[in-house]
Ligand binder design. Structure first.
Ligand code: SF4
Length: 400
């Protein structure tokens, strides 16, 4: 499993201050094999060197040569060097919708991570090809829920006689296999924006929810938005026999949370919140619901990536914001709003290391391959899995 790459942050002022150099050279990620990453694969191509001064010109020329045949999607957490070539930016769900809304584009180049490209493949036409510029760009959270583990847990529910009461709900940040499992079992996909609506619908279908793979989003939504107690939630650990839960714990639980989390948002702590409140009087703490429960409780506002962007856009000049989400986005927002004091919630800088594997050399290589008539790194979800996953995605779109 990949871990975030971190460095110590320098002083934060009213305008953005770059952190000091990272111990790990992020620009070099994605070249060669990284056995510690989710997929750990080597890029099959001959990547240009990161130091090539013509990378921007090469990407511009290749994209222009492809014209409307290519549509480039850029997730909010991508690096600036990649985002500048995105036709649209957004969170994972918005990007999947955008891909589906471009039926004429032959190639969807997805500058995000693997599960996002899978969702785009599920929602686009069969003749369209979805391309991930670096196959090693996975998501550590998505990899925390593997289909075999989830089926083992479900078999336990069946043996206990509770499976009929359980509605599976999976966060968008999960593999196509898990979305397919949820679709097969009459469940629903959710995003960080509609998790409450998904849970409300699920509790109308059954008396328990099996929430995958992000324990924090599940717990935060159930307790802070739906009025459940922490005691109503139990944590299923796939690495322990029986998930580490007794039969009675499973029978009594309302929320069975999968033991998964985001390596980036999971790093923010209650100490980060205390420290920034002492350092910046009057600061507004704004965090993503993938953060830990105590962090979300201590924050002033919580919301999805799109919510965070809108809140910062709408904030009055002179206001101060400590933001608990991925650094590339926070930095971009700070630079876009020099009249507001926008800072990273923690003193320790933290990128999504897998998202950062997609860099300009990979994008240039991908676009130039397409110009040359070769289609690299196509992400394909098999038909049966895609059909099942579409059931769970359609259920999400049909949520009241
Ligand atoms: S930020 Fe977290 S959830 Fe998003 S891709 Fe990275 S590891 Fe996965």
């Amino acid at each position: 499993m990949a871990v975030p790459r971190c460095a110590t942050m320098t002083n934060v002022t009213s305008t953005w201050t770059e952190p000091s150099n990272t111990a790990t050279a992020l620009l070099l990620l994605g070249r060669g094999t990284d056995p510690a990453s989710e997929r750990g694969v080597d890029c099959p191509g001959d990547l240009p060197a990161p130091s090539d001064p013509d990378l921007v010109a090469r990407a511009t020329a290749a994209k222009a040569a492809l014209g409307d045949r290519v549509f480039v999607l850029g997730h909010h957490y991508q690096r600036d060097e990649v985002i500048q070539f995105a036709d649209v930016t957004g969170d994972s769900f918005k990007l999947a919708q955008q891909a589906a809304a471009r039926p004429d584009a032959e190639f969807i180049v997805f500058c995000g991570v693997h599960f996002m490209a899978e969702s785009a493949d599920i929602l686009t036409k069969p003749e369209q090809q979805v391309i991930l510029p670096d196959l090693a760009a996975g998501c550590s959270m998505a990899d925390m829920a593997v289909l075999g583990q989830v089926e083992t847990a479900w078999e336990r529910f069946v043996d206990l006689g509770i499976a009929g009461d359980v509605v599976p709900v999976t966060y968008m940040n999960s593999s196509a296999d898990i979305k397919g499992f949820v679709g097969r079992n009459q469940g629903v996909v959710c995003t960080s924006s509609n998790a409450k609506r998904a849970l409300t619908w699920s509790f109308e279908q059954g008396s328990k929810v099996f929430f995958l793979p992000d324990q924090h989003l599940g717990r935060n939504t159930a307790v802070l938005e739906m009025g459940f107690d922490l005691e109503d939630c139990v944590l299923y650990d796939p690495h322990k026999p029986g998930g580490g839960l007794t039969d009675d714990e499973l029978r009594d639980a309302k929320m069975i949370l999968w033991r998964g989390h985001c390596s980036v948002h999971g790093r923010f702590t209650i100490d980060s919140v205390r420290e920034v409140r002492e350092r910046v009087p009057g600061v507004n703490v704004l965090v993503h619901p993938e953060c830990r429960h105590d962090v979300v409780r201590a924050a002033d506002q919580v919301g999805s990536t799109e919510y965070i962007i809108k809140a910062l856009d709408a904030a009055p000049a002179g206001s101060a914001w400590a933001v608990g989400t991925e650094l590339n986005l926070v930095r971009r927002m700070a630079l876009a709003h020099p009249d507001k004091q926008i800072m990273f919630l923690d003193r320790t800088v933290c990128y999504c290391s897998t998202m950062n594997r997609i860099d300009l050399p990979h994008l240039v290589w991908t676009l130039e391959e397409l110009v040359a008539g070769r289609v690299p790194n196509v992400i394909t979800v098999d038909e049966q899995t895609a059909a099942n996953a579409r059931v769970a995605l359609d259920q999400m779109l049909a949520l009241p």
